[in-house]
Design a protein around this ligand. Sequence first.
Ligand code: S3P
Length: 190
Amino acid sequence: MNNDNAAALEFLHTHLRRPVVLVGMMGVGKTHVGRKLAEKLNMPFKDSDKIIEQRAGRAVTDIFEQFGEEKFRQAERNAVLEILAGDPCVLATGGGAVLNAETRKAIKSKSVSVWLNSSVADILKRIGIADDRPLLKKGDPETILKALLKERAPLYAEADIHVESRGAHSDETISNLINLLYEHLKEATV
Ligand code: S3P
């Protein structure tokens, strides 16, 4: 554990009583960062994509292909609302979760939200040749990612906390995030 975070973590263990929701583009590392953050906070980790896949018995790509994006967004809204009605946890959402107004409203009112941000170049590096992002199959991934980020950035920016994803240096990202969570909650509890 990073010793710099010891005081912040001690505070968060006592005062953080809401779910922490990670939003941001596909490929920024929400699952990886979320899992590690959950460990540090002693909270369960949840991933809305995984929950949707388990319920549908299909991969996200298949849900998009067979039922379309709109149905996927409804399943995503249901999953997020349910999780946010339960016990505190760290939740990694899919990159497009913020597009649904109800999902956005629930995130805003029931959680501490975090925009994990990254450049399109870094996202492309991280995604590599993986074939599991249905929206990127429609054309040139770089062009699509730039357009999606432009459209979604104002929605991600509604998050309480903004943190840069440091890719390979995820320990640094998590350490920064813990400090930002601490600052945010400290202000809220004064
Ligand atoms: C999507 C992102 C994906 C997944 C689906 C749609 C999006 O999740 O929900 O492919 O619209 O950006 P990740 O952000 O976990 O890749």
